[in-house]
Design a binder for this molecule. Structure first.
Ligand SMILES: Nc1ncnc2c1ncn2[C@@H]1O[C@H](COP(=O)(O)OP(=O)(O)OP(=O)(O)O)[C@@H](O)[C@H]1O
Ligand SMILES: [Mg+2]
Length: 590
């Protein structure tokens, strides 16, 4: 099943000079309704909460001391206020969490969308696995801050209201009661400041553990074949030890600071009782007022502490946002030009006109590479390892762009046509086929998910894969283990060939795609390729003489240039290099 998530409604701001939170703003703004609802509701809830101590004060004074008003009125009023505060609190949370997780989903799909858009050159540079896992925790910290920060600010603003109420009851006592608040704020900040580095260390060490576990699971075959299990266990134990050190340190610091944070408000209560008590004894203050003050003080405690937390969360969110922007600000090198058109009715001519190419700034891999393949031709590309054969295939599908010269399909410059149409018309089978952990059938139908079972089977037959697939426990419905490890190398390659054949590209490039398949099966594959598609252009990159001999024409590549071009027999007679390369591959085959 394909997911139908509509995708993010907004993109981050492209202006890299803006502060980080302004760049995120469009995404939050796209959820403004639920966001504003949550803020308004939370404000409402807090107002009701702040009104309660005031009611309590007047109830004690008017009903209990002066017997001037009925007590049950006040009780009912307090109950109503409590219910209203509760209901709006519940609703506010619901809206807030909805906003938070929608923002998170948007950020996540923005990043993944962007990652799929980026070119091969980006993946050559970065470790994609780390990128993705890092993006996960960074998204979380940005999401938390951008939705909870406004909420905490609302709560703090309620502090002003509470202070206002206290001022109306008794200005002097209000100031005395508030004395501890700045201390609480400072202590909160100090505690977070010592905790912050340790929480970073914890995160980093947890990531180390995750990397080791990940490598051991993915590389389990290497670990076991070198009998390094014990070394790996020790490596993990070391990493786990380091994590636990960080957690213990964290707990120690919390243990030292928490009593202060928890008990400072008691100091405030004591001050209120001392000064307020004297005032009550002297008849300047009611008992209800002291109770109201107590309630306000307890109410204020949380926002003041959270304010300190907000500062730390802000720093963390900023760092996370910058790492997210690092990905989102990356532009792909290979992009469709505006007005790119679709390639249609491709006959299969493939031309490289004096192409030069380098991966990075340093070595030129292809130099003035000039090759013309006519529609329907079968060409073998031969050369020493590292001579640039796979690079030729990558330029034909525009995984990279040539730095000089042109690559043309049926006369159309590959830079002028849409990438999707180019890649459906030029099919490449790589030597290391990546299979997904789904059924064989879904793997073969990857490029054409709508293909019928008959089409899938025909492609499998052409790739000489039908027989072994039929022998699998559930045939075409057998689910392949991760990365195809439950199949042999040659079986994987045949499924990969079937996958490309199903798309039926007029130009087919087989890059060492049959290297693990035995010679007899390989020749049946090439026979079926020839009978199935007479009009197909095929470029075969191969080392084996048996494979090369199937081609009508052989091209020899050396140092990024075409150095010989002709039939197998011609080259054997004229090219010393060709003879040398073949001699080498013969050695390997024996
Ligand atoms: N993604 C890359 N980034 C940088 N350099 C690369 C990259 N891919 C290949 N190279 C370099 O380009 C050169 C040509 O590589 P290429 O893969 O085209 O060789 P090849 O002829 O296919 O070799 P083989 O027969 O071993 O598959 C090599 O020197 C290689 O180191
Ligand atoms: Mg190669």
């Amino acid at each position: 099943m394909r997911s139908t998530y509509p995708g993010p409604r907004a993109y981050i701001s492209r202006d890299t000079n803006l502060p980080w939170w302004k760049r995120i703003l469009p995404i939050i703004a796209s959820h403004r309704l639920s966001f504003i609802a949550s803020i308004v509701l939370s404000f409402t809830s807090l107002i009701f909460q702040t009104l309660v101590p005031n009611l309590l004060n007047s109830a004690i004074t008017n009903s209990l001391e002066k017997h001037a008003a009925a007590l049950h009125h006040a009780v009912i009023e307090i109950l109503i206020f409590a219910v209203l505060a509760g209901v709006s609190g519940i609703l506010s949370r619901q809206y807030l969490f909805r906003t938070a997780y929608e923002v998170e989903a948007d950020l996540r799909s923005l990043i993944y969308e962007h990652l799929t858009w980026l070119s091969f050159s980006f993946y050559d540079r970065v470790q994609s696995g780390q990128l993705i896992s890092r993006a996960n925790s960074d998204i979380r910290s940005v999401q938390m801050y951008s939705t909870f920060a406004p909420l905490i600010l609302v709560q703090t603003s309620i502090g002003v209201l509470a202070f206002g109420f206290m001022l109306t009851i008794d200005p002097l006592l209000a100031c005395i009661a508030m004395v501890v608040m700045p201390i609480l704020y400072v202590v909160g900040i100090k505690m977070r400041r010592v905790l912050f580095p340790i929480s970073w260390i914890t995160q980093a060490r947890l990531a180390d553990v995750a990397t080791i576990v990940d490598e051991n699971v993915n590389g389990v075959r290497v670990v076991k074949s070198f009998a390094q299990e014990e070394a790996e266990i020790n490596r993990l134990a070391d990493a786990a030890e380091r994590v636990s050190w960080a957690y213990v340190k964290d707990a120690q610091i919390r243990g030292q600071w928490s009593p202060w944070v928890q008990n400072l408000p008691q100091l405030g209560l004591a001050l209120v009782l001392a000064f307020g008590g004297v005032m009550v004894i002297n008849g300047h203050l009611s008992i209800g007022a002291i109770l109201a003050f107590n309630a306000y003080l307890l109410m204020l405690q949380a926002p003041f502490m959270m304010l300190g937390q907000l500062v730390m969360m802000g720093q963390r969110a900023k760092a996370s946002a910058e790492r997210i922007f690092e990905i989102l600000d990356e532009n792909p090198d290979v992009v469709e030009r505006p007005g790119a058109y679709d390639l249609t009715n491709v006959k299969g001519a493939l031309d490289f006109d004096h192409v030069s190419f380098r991966y990075g700034p340093d070595v030129e891999i292809l130099k003035d590479f000039d090759l013309h393949v006519a529609a329907g031709e079968i060409v073998a590309l031969v050369g020493r390892t590292g001579s640039g054969k796979s690079t030729v295939a990558r330029l034909a599908t525009r995984f990279y762009d040539a730095s000089e010269g042109r690559v043309r399909v049926d006369g159309h410059n590959v830079r002028d046509v849409s990438l999707a149409s180019l890649r459906t018309n030029v099919g490449v089978v790589l030597d290391e086929p990546f299979l997904f952990s789904v059924s064989v059938r879904e793997n073969i139908a990857y490029g054409v998910p709508t293909a019928s079972f008959e089409e899938v089977e025909a492609a499998a037959r052409a790739a000489a894969a039908h027989d072994f697939i039929s022998d699998l426990p559930q045939g075409y419905d057998t689910v392949i283990g991760e990365r195809g490890y439950t199949l042999s190398g040659g079986q994987r390659q045949r499924i990969a060939i079937a996958r490309t054949l199903l798309v039926n590209p007029p130009i087919l490039i087989l890059d060492d795609a049959t290297s693990a398949i035995d010679v007899h099966v390989e020749s049946t594959i090439y026979q079926s390729l020839a009978t199935l598609m007479t009009s197909r252009t095929t470029v075969v990159i191969a080392h084996r003489i048996s494979t090369i001999a199937l081609a009508q024409r052989v091209i020899v590549l050396e140092n990024g240039r075409v150095v010989a071009d002709g039939t197998h027999d011609q080259l054997l007679a004229t090219s010393a290099l060709y003879a040398e390369i073949l001699a080498q591959t013969m050695d390997e085959e024996v």
